[in-house]
Design a protein around this ligand. Structure first.
Ligand SMILES: Cc1ncc(COP(=O)(O)O)c(C=O)c1O
Length: 373
């Protein structure tokens, strides 16, 4: 039998994606004007329960624009989790601010509201709560604390499309939220991003900054220095087709999650992603935590054994406080992030994509079980 080759993620563009892209090309509206942009923005805002959504080129740019819009400046500090993709912290540096790392809560894998207060200084301006691996952060506790200290809160919802926190969708739980539509995300357009928010003044500021700083009411008059962070009509066309199929996409991925759960639960040494009582996590990448003592192998050993069987996996993010651009400052602040380091060294994302067949899930679970010693 031919060796299997199961990627960790794969885009599913099997709906109206092609038709809408062709339509955008035939219309010749291939830059950042065209019918699909407005349609994507209004549909996505509705789904997130916000007044507005603003399409941008990618999720990193969405974070950068968020911090510009919130007027974060050189010398400011922003509280972020260390267990996240590097874009969350890089964006702080783009505006001259310093990301200050806070440990995650082992019950959510997201920034721990109980650890925020000791990290606040007079330079702290806000908090970016990342809904890691689809699970929402505890937003009420975070927003309460932010309110007490006069800080803003932004959600990095790159990985949590359509997750719910106490019944409300992520993307509408703070001053603003950012999304990524990179190829491995639940909804994708290859490269793409968005911000969601409800404050009309902030929306105007963000739209102005996104479009080179041009005054929306006066063409070619630029009251501020802006950027070209715009999303194209082609990116929006793909997203419109993805959003049309959102229930189908989510249902497929939820089925994959329950198939994994059923087959992996009870394997000694394999921990599953926790689910807080108030959370409805987004089915992004199925995650496990490998405990060497009871499983008999490390996470990295398991990953290479699975790779030999043609199963691609992805280790959890290497903590940002240990990465070269941030390490020194983290040491100087004396940061201790034990839960982050525990998860980062043991966590593994398993293949998760809409078209992953049940027999492959069966095979993956079987191969994991077989590696236990
Ligand atoms: C938590 C998080 N934030 C930000 C990003 C950056 O998004 P992009 O790759 O679209 O720039 C990603 C992933 O790609 C992410 O996982």
């Amino acid at each position: 039998m031919a060796k299997r080759s199961i990627p960790v993620a794969a885009a599913d563009l099997g709906g109206n994606e092609e038709q809408y892209v062709v339509d955008a090309i035939r219309s010749t509206w291939i830059s950042s004007t065209g019918v699909y942009i407005g349609r994507f923005e209004s549909e996505f805002a509705k789904l997130c329960g916000t007044r507005a959504a603003i399409g941008v080129c990618n999720g990193t740019v969405a974070l950068h624009l968020a911090l510009l819009g919130l007027d974060v400046r050189p010398g400011d500090e922003v509280l972020v989790p260390s267990l996240t993709y590097i874009a969350t912290a890089n964006a702080c540096r783009y505006v001259g601010a310093e990301p200050v790392f806070v440990d995650v809560d082992p019950e959510t894998w997201c920034i721990d509201p109980g650890k925020l207060e000791p990290a606040i200084t007079r330079r702290t301006k806000g908090i970016i709560a990342v809904h890691l691996y689809g699970h929402p952060a505890d937003m009420d506790a975070i927003c309460y604390l932010a309110g007490v200290h006069g800080l803003w809160v932004a959600e990095d919802a790159a990985e949590s499309h359509m997750a719910r926190y106490r019944g409300r969708p992520t993307g509408g739980l703070a001053q603003l939220a950012t999304f990524s539509f990179y190829g491995n995300k639940i909804f994708t357009c290859g490269e793409g991003g968005a911000l969601t928010l409800s404050d009309p003044q902030l929306e105007l500021r963000l739209r102005t900054l996104r479009g080179q700083g041009m005054d929306p009411a006066r063409r070619y008059y630029f009251p501020v220095t802006g950027y070209n962070f715009r999303m194209t009509n082609i990116q929006s066309a793909i997203l419109c087709a993805q959003l049309e199929r959102r229930e189908q996409i989510l249902a497929k991925r939820r089925k994959i999650f329950s198939a994994y759960r059923e087959r992996l639960e009870g394997i000694s040494g394999i921990g599953l992603q926790p689910n807080a009582g108030w959370a409805e996590a987004a089915p992004w990448l199925f995650s496990i935590v490998v405990d060497e003592k009871s499983f008999g192998r490390t996470r990295d050993e398991l990953a290479s054994l699975l790779a030999e069987e043609g199963i691609e996996t992805r280790p959890f993010f290497l903590p940002l406080h240990l990465q070269p651009p941030f390490r020194q400052q983290s040491v100087e602040r004396g940061e201790r992030l034990p839960h982050t380091e525990y998860l980062a060294s043991r966590g593994l994302n398993l293949p998760t994509y809409n078209t992953l067949p049940e027999e492959d899930i069966e095979f993956i679970a079987d191969r994991i079980r077989a590696q236990r010693r």
